[in-house]
Design a protein around this ligand. Structure first.
Ligand code: IVH
Length: 468
């Protein structure tokens, strides 16, 4: 028994360590195979000695039964929001008003990315994660502990002497993971989430943590609530402590001596905002010296020591040349707008999703329309709206086809689904998609089997299924 207890402890420690190297530092020291071996050993030992299972064992991330409703968590220190600014002049005004309030007291700034996710708060007591809550109304949020525990980069325990550590940040879905998740949703005939933020919020609202565990969520921390037994002189010192505790922090931040540096940091962040794994909708400017926060205080909703600077969403105007219908790997028919190519957020846009027929009808998008396109939450380009004043009168409304554009099979809806589908398993468009899927990097990774090769294989009849 003693031996088992000892070994369980060792395994938990080792797995926590490797977990952190893998998920936070991205520098794993052991292979997935070796990790799985340790994990299996722990699972087996815990099965033999259920009384030795601790709630923060790495095997206990995914809870058992779904909840019937969320309980509430009270935020002892309210979760506030930030006032937004939109122009560089407003950022200078911030500096002026801070100097008015602080007189001659010297201070510096930190500029961080504003992560476009869902705000949350983690509470650790004696180093153990006890609750995770959403912001809610700021003083009371939903208890999403079971869901947040499934996020691998959130440590279930941290090394600290502090009795209470409440840290705050954002849950998000990485942009790349969102694209793959959307593809999965579409393949299952579900109406996909419009952007990573919605996907994150929708996932956190799930009552069944086993479903949440399948969603590619991640979390980044940048702030704190109650801290008993820990304190910091400056925000950048706090950010370093977050890292030491094992949290994911913003990958880049700037400490700035004055407002000119702040503006330069805001500009630099704007040029690199698309390079982050998560979406960024602005910069957050914070006074670095924590001792000044009490003097500065806050308004009803937001502190005076921090402001958000919002970047304008990148939009472009173009003409819808055509609306085509794409047949997915599982036969789902999706309308796609083919606009005059334009540059947006660093890439040339040749196609834009229209989600589904309802979306087209709601926005009244017609072929020939001048439209605004935006990378919906930056990731997938989407048609935002029609510029109706620019209509010439010869634009043609779109109707979903009654048959599959690739094989002519009647398009049908499955019960409970919103999408139209082609149910013909021999449909060539589906075969091409399936071959492409099989060859994709996260599948068999066959480099030479791209779109064109897949099309030609199906067209010539050389291969129509993965077995071929
Ligand atoms: S600091 C007292 N830092 O943006 C509030 N917030 O619009 C302190 N956000 O409520 C918040 N990235 O949910 C802070 N680096 C960052 C942030 C950030 C995203 C969110 C947060 C906040 C909202 C304000």
């Amino acid at each position: 028994m003693k031996q088992a207890e000892q070994r369980i402890l060792e395994l938990c420690k080792a797995l926590d360590h490797h977990n952190r190297l893998y998920y936070i530092e991205a520098t794993p020291e052991i292979s997935d195979f070796e990790y799985d071996k340790l994990y299996r050993e722990l699972v087996d030992l815990e099965a033999e000695h259920p009384e030795l299972v601790t709630p923060d064992s790495p095997t206990q991330r995914v809870g058992g039964e779904p909840l019937t409703a969320f309980e509430h968590v009270a935020h002892a220190v309210p979760m506030m929001s930030l006032d937004n600014t939109y122009t560089r002049d407003e950022v200078r005004d911030l500096d002026t008003s801070l100097r008015k309030l602080l007189g001659d007291t010297p201070f510096t700034y930190v500029v961080e990315p504003k992560v476009d996710g869902v705000a949350f708060s983690l509470r650790y007591e004696d180093g153990h994660l006890v609750t995770a809550g959403t912001r809610g109304d700021g003083t009371r949020g939903d208890d999403v502990t079971a869901n947040v525990r499934t996020i691998n980069s959130v440590p279930l325990r941290i090394e600290t002497d502090a009795e209470v550590v409440e840290v705050r940040g954002e849950v998000y879905m990485p942009k790349a993971a969102f694209l793959a998740f959307t593809e999965r949703q579409v393949a299952e005939g579900k109406d996909p989430f419009k952007n990573p933020r919605n996907a994150t919020a929708g996932s956190l609202k799930q009552l069944d943590p086993r479903i949440v565990a399948t969603r590619p969520l991640d979390a980044v921390l940048y702030g704190h609530g109650q801290l008993d037994g820990a304190g910091f002189d400056s925000h950048d010192q706090f950010l370093r402590q977050l890292k030491t505790w094992g949290f994911r922090t913003v990958p880049r931040y700037w400490t700035c001596a004055g407002i000119d540096d702040v503006l330069a940091a805001i500009d630099e962040l704007e040029t690199m905002r698309h390079d982050f794994p998560f979406e960024i909708d602005g910069a957050v400017v914070k006074v670095n010296e924590v001792e000044l926060y009490a003097t500065l205080g806050s308004t009803a909703k937001s502190p005076r020591w921090a402001k958000a600077f919002k970047y304008p969403p990148e939009q472009a105007e173009t003409t819808v040349r055509e609306i085509t219908v794409q047949v997915g790997r599982t036969g789902v028919l999706t309308p796609v707008a083919e606009p005059e190519p334009v540059f947006l957020s660093g890439s040339e846009i040749k196609r834009a999703t229209l989600h589904n027929a309802d979306d087209i009808e709601r926005k009244d998008i017609r072929v020939g329309d001048r439209v605004l396109i935006e990378k919906a939450g930056e990731v997938i380009p989407a048609v935002i709206c029609v510029i109706k004043e620019k209509r010439a009168g010869n634009e043609t409304p779109f109707k979903m086809p009654e048959v599959c554009p690739a094989c002519g099979e009647a398009a049908t809806k499955r019960e409970g689904e919103v999408a139209l589908r082609c149910e013909n398993l021999q449909c060539p468009a589906q075969s091409v998609r399936l071959l492409r899927h099989l060859a994709a990097r996260n599948c068999l990774d066959i480099e030479a089997l791209g779109d064109i090769v897949a099309e030609k294989l199906v067209e010539s009849g050389l291969a129509t299924s993965p077995l071929d």
